[in-house]
Design a protein around this ligand. Sequence first.
Ligand code: ADP
Length: 441
Amino acid sequence: MIRAAALYIGVVGAAMLIVRIGGGGAWPAWIAFAAGAIGVTAITAALLAPRLRHLHQATMAAESLAAGAFDARVPGTDDEFAPLASALNAAGAAIAATVDALRQERAQLESLLNASSDATVAIDRSGAVVYLNDAAKQMFAGAGDQSVGRPFIEVVRDHDLNELLVAAAQRGERSVRVVAYGQAQRWLQATAVHIDDAGSWAALAVFHDLTEVRRLEGMRRDFISNVSHELRTPLAGIRAAAETLQEGAIDDRPAAIEFMGHIQREVDRMTQLVEELLELSRIESGAAPLHFAPLDASMLVVDTVKRFARQAERAGLSLTAEAHDGVLAIIGDGERLERALGNFVANALKFTPAGGGITVKAAADDGYVAISVTDTGIGIEPEPRARVFERFYKADRGRGDGGTGLGLAIVKHIVLAHEGNVSVESRPGHGSTFTMRLPRR
Ligand code: ADP
């Protein structure tokens, strides 16, 4: 519109000048010249305006790209600015694609680092955190959402770990060290490396939590030493008996029978140990799946008491069932639960002096069925009481009662596999109550 008006003014002005030069027109010469000059200027402006606009658009687009707005584009033209516009548009598209690819790569890297259970931290040369992954936020005492920018020592609150990373950042020292960290004494393997040419990142460290591995190693060591210890006693007994027989006792028939009986008992003890170990490992590893079926806990109590009646009688103990009137429905592996309850009762028989009493009871208990064995035996002091369900634990190793220390560990694992729990109450010198609680169905 403006351009059309300028052209119109230009043509009229030029016409006035031409007409005047040609001798026509009544207006003075200066007016004709002025009109002619305005007309020429207006025509020039009208012809240049679109080009100036295209140049302006191209400048604006270049400025936007420089400012990071990679979606800025120059409208297409059909004049001499067309190649510039398409070059700028192509540059914009290429930069946008590159930035997008970099953003995706960064997101992939970040999710990779956050998926790791190892803590990863990067610091700058001054020792300030420039990056930390999710695991690091959970692992370090002083870490939070605002950790980036803070000195690493404030985040980690451990001089050794801070020194490790600062040494890598400032002196280029690469180190791998295992450090006991924090009040909970977690074992961390820290690997720190110097980084060159990575902007503000001067050093990177990865912290691998070894606590669980160390705990398992300790358990394995204890296990081997416990098994060796448990086997040594019967083996020594067998060896002594065999040697005595060899040295002449074999010719003394009553003595020979006694020593053979001794060997037999020691072999039984070893067999029991191996069987219990196998059972424990089968339950723990899930190698022998449990066969769940509807059961009545009251029946379990009655059956167990019947099973041990003769043994109790021989030991001079009273053994009674205090079963619930109705059905106490649970879902469980009958054979395994019989074994668990049998272990409770066998212990009660073992640790109750003659004349005492044992009661086996089943009762409903807040969504659970509690099956308990109460004895009037020797009881257990508080400190060992907290440990009796550990494997190989015996409150009194000197008793030599032939136990393996595995019975209650087996009970615990059977009950855990039923989503239940075990507990013990005891008064030293007065007796104990062992209870297993199983979900009521
Ligand atoms: P063990 O084969 O030695 O009986 P358990 O795991 O069954 O192994 O028991 C671990 C320890 O718990 C026993 O050595 C004993 O010291 C203690 N204990 C278990 N039951 C009783 C009980 N009814 N009365 C007293 N002490 C018990």
